[in-house]
Design a protein around this ligand. Structure first.
Ligand SMILES: Nc1ncnc2c1ncn2[C@@H]1O[C@H](COP(=O)(O)OP(=O)(O)OP(=O)(O)O)[C@@H](O)[C@H]1O
Ligand SMILES: Nc1ncnc2c1ncn2[C@@H]1O[C@H](COP(=O)(O)OP(=O)(O)OP(=O)(O)O)[C@@H](O)[C@H]1O
Ligand SMILES: [Mg+2]
Ligand SMILES: [Mg+2]
Lengths: 227, 227
């Protein structure tokens, strides 16, 4: 589903260059459940932005669902993204003057569903993350963990083939985090590919494979032994 | 240092009321090291905003450094805050078009220091959180954990008597989080009062007292037995 070959990302700032990703080679197949870990600043979000077709690499090749991203222009990348991926951003990226419900409906904007079905889908998604009673709140009227859950609901509402989640439980207490991981586990059991960044080992244990970054490179990439 | 008596906070939304804080009674003395825990949405950030004089309660009394907040107007509250507190926000609240260094200098704006001393203090604060090589980056050029550390450095730069930190290690890997907790521990040993919200038990173990919220109320308030 995802193949990265020799992926590099440099950020040029004046005379300095930050090598955020260096020679990343990795393949993630359909139906996998992968945890991405590593120190702060080691390149995890940069990697997720590449894989989510939200940013372009400096060098190297990235293939998603069989398509070489370099051959797609921005509109085609956006469409591939909307059809294939659900993305949970590390900083949530919710619209500030928009209710939780309307934030969650956003990915449905270019689909063929009628208004009632969009309403139902968005309500169901918010219900699944425990926010049925917060649908009309806008983000400034929600706690940190509630905002994070709105971002998660938005990523799920269009039933994507793959979920890319950057620290999806960072703002959640242990019990709520376990509920969210149960939700991801259930989706994975239905065939959804899940790639999530986390810095908590207990969260990573839900995954079947752990990719660890260090200083822009993949340091280890290990599949869990069947129990 | 902080006394809350019968503290209540209601958010009115049309015909609904959210009782975010209900009858909170608590005292925090000089030099304490307190962890605040509880489920997502249980009132922790609302409590921190009250104690940080960033918002006013609906009912009840709040006394900080001997002064009843209800008797202070907004300007006086702002001055008390600047003189006494360092606040790390759950959502960081960094200025977007401003470098890390200038973000950290912000609390020094109304102090009597000359420019060189402000520069040195801000650099030292960023160095202490491991960001010496990221001083000219603005927030969009920093990783999530780096942004969090800029918010922490900004809270420390004016050497406040009390640090209120809302999930200060939420975006950090375990090793970096331990470094930050070491920093808080060192400041506490020097007499700084530390109150931090966390959902991670390993982080809370650094504190000597744990206050747990549930549904807007304090559920438990326990001091650690001396080891
Ligand atoms: N401005 C507001 N208007 C309406 N409701 C609000 C507002 N701000 C917060 N709330 C509600 O008050 C409750 C407490 O919010 P608070 O931010 O204090 O929770 P929290 O314990 O910090 O949660 P988290 O761990 O998720 O950050 C939540 O249920 C939230 O939806
Ligand atoms: N736009 C940018 N310009 C310059 N440097 C950048 C930019 N974006 C990221 N960086 C740098 O690239 C490195 C990798 O950033 P990235 O966000 O991928 O880290 P991360 O592993 O997600 O960290 P965290 O766990 O703290 O979220 C960091 O050192 C960061 O300072
Ligand atoms: Mg990141
Ligand atoms: Mg909060």
């Amino acid at each position: 589903l995802i193949r990265a070959e020799g992926l590099c990302k440099d950020y040029v700032m004046g005379r300095n260059v930050v090598h955020a990703l260096i020679d990343v080679d990795v393949e993630i197949d359909n139906g996998e459940f992968v945890a991405v870990m590593g120190p702060s600043g080691s390149g995890k979000s940069t990697f997720m932005n590449m894989v989510g077709a939200l940013d372009r690499p400096t060098r190297g090749r990235l293939t998603i669902a069989g398509r070489d991203l370099a051959e797609l222009d921005d509109d085609e990348q956006a469409r591939l993204r909307n059809e294939t991926l659900g993305f949970v951003f590390q900083q949530f990226m919710l619209l500030a003057r928009t209710s939780a419900l309307d934030n969650v409906k956003l990915p449905l904007m270019y689909t063929a569903m009628d208004r009632d079905e969009k309403q139902q889908r968005a309500e169901a998604a918010l219900n699944r993350v425990g926010l049925a009673d917060r649908m009309d709140h806008n983000p400034s009227q929600l706690s940190g963990g509630q905002q994070q859950r709105v971002a998660i609901a938005r990523a799920l509402v269009n039933r994507p083939r793959m979920i890319l989640a950057d620290e999806p439980t960072g703002a959640l207490d242990t019990a709520t985090a376990e509920e969210i991981m149960g939700l991801f586990g259930a989706l994975n059991a239905e065939g959804v590919t899940v790639v999530l960044v986390t810095h908590e080992e207990e969260i990573a244990e839900h995954a079947r494979r752990i990719i660890r970054f260090r200083d822009g490179r993949i340091q280890t990439d290990q599949r869990r032994q069947a129990a």
